[in-house]
Design a protein around this ligand. Sequence first.
Ligand SMILES: [Zn+2]
Length: 60
Amino acid sequence: MKSDIRVCDEWREAHERPVYTLSETCPDCGADAVNSAPAPYNPEDPYGEYRRALKRRVRE
Ligand SMILES: [Zn+2]
């Protein structure tokens, strides 16, 4: 049985971050929950490192 993790379809409007659930509706706001792949949001923030690197260079 494949996992079926869903994410609140309205999370950008209703929440500060994606709300994941195994049910068909968001447990927080009741909106539809949609299949989460491809991930709509990368919690690791691939650009965070880049931004920090730029900051370190400011006074070089
Ligand atoms: Zn929601």
